[in-house]
Every structure is written in structure tokens, then in C-alpha cells.
Design a protein around this ligand. Sequence first.
Ligand code: 5GP
Ligand code: MN
Length: 346
Amino acid sequence: MSLMMPKEFLEVKEILAVPKNIVIVPHRNADGDAIGSSLAMYHYLTDKKHRVKVVSPNTYPDFLKWLPASDTVIQYDHQNRQSKRAIDNADVIFLLDFNDLSRVGEDMEGYLKNYKGVFIMIDHHQQPSDVARFLYTDTAVCATAQMLYQFLENLDDVDAITPEIATCIYTGILTDSGSFRFPTTTPKTHLVAADLIKRGAKNSLIYNKIYDTNSYGRVQLLGQALKNLRIIKEYNTAYITITEKEKKTNDFQKGDTEGIVNYALSVKGIVLGVLFIEDQEQKIIKISFRSKGDFSVNQFARNHYDGGGHDNAAGGRSEESMQKTIDRFIGLLPQYKDKLDHSYEV
Ligand code: 5GP
Ligand code: MN
């Protein structure tokens, strides 16, 4: 693994100077940043005459399917043979918006582990594993999509950004920065966004397509989730549960729970917000953690929930029932009381 410095960017530039077979892989359950980054890279490389396939581990939310070239994405779980063939033939594989192979799911992880070509990883999560020949990472950057813009800056090729590429990168930044409100949003983020708008990203339209396309069921599920919100005042903590039954009742579609955890954190004084979602298919409780200030949910998720992520946004899982998961979670809080009290000026 080599962290990318000017020398490595030159090397990558050389590798990409001749048309190649390239595969792009986002993480499992891809979000706006993972898919936005993947499709931006797809357009960039296709424009350079490479033969490119985005191989997504599984499906991704419908509200991202309008993105240009979304219809070319293949899914490893459903188009398995085609996906494996693309991987076998790839000279280069880009790994985008994740930093450990386990994030693509067990089957695909096993397959990628045997890949002998060149991995290029672009990401912004903490504690990257040593998997890629080239690693471009910065945990201070709000989105992999912004890293991708900077990647093009380093290749001295920002002028290659078409309206399609601008749209995809803008989508990644918009979604991963919480619409430019998370603390990782910097002057650079706004400068990049401004340049993307200049280059053809229709910012208002993109916002509408991502956030104003709720189904009736999704809004009803949000209502149920808000009813389920519980506050543990002593620990500045709020949590929400969503059961499999509640998902079914409200015509659940993939992506419908995205963003709900933020309502836990929106309650005044709350430092730690958590969302527990029952997932019958995987037989787990999927957990989302969000925090304010210096309470690191990345560390919390790593310590207790086989997960990780960022300091203020992380995920994990529990293999116990919903009730047991919540009981165990509440049982953990006393050892963090001091941190939860002093994480943030409330
Ligand atoms: P979310 O709560 O939206 O699923 O995830 C929040 C952040 O944590 C995302 O950046 C995501 O990539 C990361 N994350 C979510 N689940 C996991 C996990 O199981 N392991 C690790 N390492 N990161 C996760
Ligand atoms: Mn991301």
C-alpha cells in the first residue's frame, strides 16, 4: 500500500493513459456518496475510452437511480457471473467510499481477495486496511466524492469534468455532508460545490431528486419512528427503533430509513443518537450511530458493535433480539457518562 503522493498520482496517471478494463466497486448498501463517486468515476474513465463497469455488491436506494448511467450498474448478488467476469478481466479496480474489503459483504469479499491486479482505493473513513496498491484517503474530508474531485485535481484533469460527472460528484457531497451542515463541511467543500455548479451540476434539481421524492409509506414510517423515539436524559442519549413489522406495515423500500437517525440527534441537548433497525433477512439489528462534539461513535461502534465509520457517524450490528440489543446498549451507557456529559456544549 502506498498513500498517494505526487509520485503515485503520476504513476496512476500513467496507468490510466492507455485504455484498460476497469471495475469500480462501491460498498454494500451503497449511499449517495458511494454511488455518486462510482458513477462520477465511471463517466470520467469512459470518456477516456476505458471499458468500465460499476459492480455494486447489492442494490441501492431508488432515489439514486436517476443518476446518469445508473442503468449500467451491475449487482454482484444478482448478476453474479457477469460481475465475476468483469472482475476477472479488470486491469484496475477502484474501491470507492470504504476502506476494508469486508464492507462489500462476505461473498464478494472472498472473490475480491483473490484478485491479483491493481486496487486503487479512494475513501474518507478512519483506519483503512492495507488492501490497495494505491490509497488516497483523508478522514477530514466530508465525502469520498470530494476526494474524487481532489483526485482529478491531482491528475491535473479537473477540466475533464462534464455536467454528468459534476452531477454525480455533487450528489455525493450533498448527501454525505448532510446538505453542507456537518462539521466536516469546509471552505474547500463549498469551493468544490461552486465549481461543480459552474460545470453543470443543477444543485436545486439534484436536491429535489434526492430529498423530495418520498413515498407515502416512507413518510408514514418516519411518523412511526418518531413515535418510537426514546430519550435517556441522564446520558444525553436518544434512540429510535424500527421493527420488521413496522417496515412491512409502511410498505418499506430500501433507503426508507436513511436520515431517520438524525431526528434522534435533533432533540435539544442530545449528544448520542441511535437508530436500531430490525433486519429479518440478515437476521441482525442494524444500528446507526450519530453524535455531536468529541464523543466518537466510530470508537463506540468498533468497541461494541462490530462496526465503525466516522467520529460523528458510524454503524454497526447486533445479533441479539431488539429488546436484548436495547438492554445491552442502555447497560453500556454508564461507563461513557463522563464523555456524554462533556462531549459538547449543550
Ligand atoms: P449509516 O449509519 O448511515 O449506515 O453509516 C454511517 C457511517 O458509518 C457510514 O459512513 C458508513 O460507511 C459507516 N458504517 C456503517 N456501518 C458500518 C459497519 O458495519 N462497519 C464499518 N466499518 N462502518 C460502517
Ligand atoms: Mn462517504
